[in-house]
Design a protein around this ligand. Structure first.
Ligand SMILES: NC(=O)c1ccc[n+]([C@@H]2O[C@H](COP(=O)([O-])OP(=O)(O)OC[C@H]3O[C@@H](n4cnc5c(N)ncnc54)[C@H](OP(=O)(O)O)[C@@H]3O)[C@@H](O)[C@H]2O)c1
Length: 256
């Protein structure tokens, strides 16, 4: 899809870009003419995407190894991206892990791993970018990928849901603190999308039952994210900050 030049001259930094939603948002950024920084732990997966991103229209592409649970890795990745592109315009906090178990069976190492990536990691990435924008006296935009589980509940995903509720509140608190610096912080709360995170689930009876509870009776198509993402990444949302946009086929408003 040709998305014109909506992000021409802009640099978009995406965490967890080696698969799923992050890889898709990298493609959308490329189709919009951006410089695209793709970051994740699997550098080989990122490098394998580079040619495709260029063909789609990326002005330039940089692949960076990044572990968002590691503060030194976060600092190094943001610094390397800034060194190449001088500044970042949009930072997408997409890296995330699911997993977990029923709360009574929770292994605290598992709890810590989920929170370290989904919440602490996202906060460190946002903060590192925010400090750079403040020092540069430049505007910036953070887009956090939250989840409908930041608002609602399901069994067996308590740590994930808590981490995503934290991402929702992080979006709002940083929006409040950073408006004075010209930094906007918004979020997308996806409903269910078919990615490695929930591989096979939608073919199970539980998955099919869950889909029946979505008012639109389907899971998301990656392209459903394009409009909300481009809204938050561009000046079209110049007066929006602290907003969390559900992209969920109505899942959050389903009937009791
Ligand atoms: N799929 C859904 O239905 C759904 C719904 C709501 C929200 N979300 C959110 O969407 C985001 C993307 O998930 P997805 O569905 O696209 O799943 P995915 O395909 O498993 O992608 C997760 C990405 O996060 C990266 N990642 C994991 N741990 C990392 C770490 N420590 N440092 C850096 N990157 C890390 C992974 O890359 P590496 O392994 O290469 O590091 C991978 O690229 C997540 O935040 C997820 O919670 C997904």
């Amino acid at each position: 899809m040709n998305l014109g030049a909506l992000l021409k001259g802009k640099t978009v930094f995406i965490t967890g870009a080696s698969s799923g939603i992050g890889a898709h948002l990298a493609r959308v950024s490329a189709e919009s003419g951006a410089n695209v920084v793709v970051a994740a732990r699997r550098l080989d997966e990122l490098r394998a995407m580079e040619d495709d991103l260029r063909v789609r229209g990326a002005a330039d592409v940089l692949s960076l190894r990044l572990d968002v649970a590691d503060e030194a890795s976060v600092k190094a990745a943001i610094a390397t991206a800034r060194a190449k592109f001088r500044t970042l315009d949009v930072v997408v906090n997409n890296a995330g892990v699911a997993g977990g178990s029923m709360a009574l069976d929770m292994d605290m190492a598992e709890f810590d791993r989920i929170v370290a990536v989904n919440l602490r990691g996202a906060f460190m990435v946002a903060n590192e970018a925010g400090r750079a924008w403040r020092a540069e006296k430049r505007d910036g935009a953070v887009i956090n990928i939250a989840s409908v589980l930041g608002f609602r509940q399901a069994g067996g995903v308590s740590a994930y849901a808590m981490s995503k509720a934290g991402v929702v509140q992080m979006t709002k608190t940083l929006a409040l603190e950073w408006a004075r610096h010209g930094i906007r912080v918004n979020a997308i709360a996806p409903g269910y999308f078919d990615t490695a995170m929930n591989e096979g689930f939608f073919d199970t009876d539980a998955g099919k039952t869950m889909i029946k509870r979505i008012p639109m009776r389907r899971i998301g198509d990656m392209r459903d994210l394009d409009g909300p993402f481009l809204l938050l990444a561009t000046e079209a949302s110049a007066f929006m900050t602290g907003a969390v946009i559900p992209v969920d086929g109505g899942h959050l408003v389903n009937s009791l």
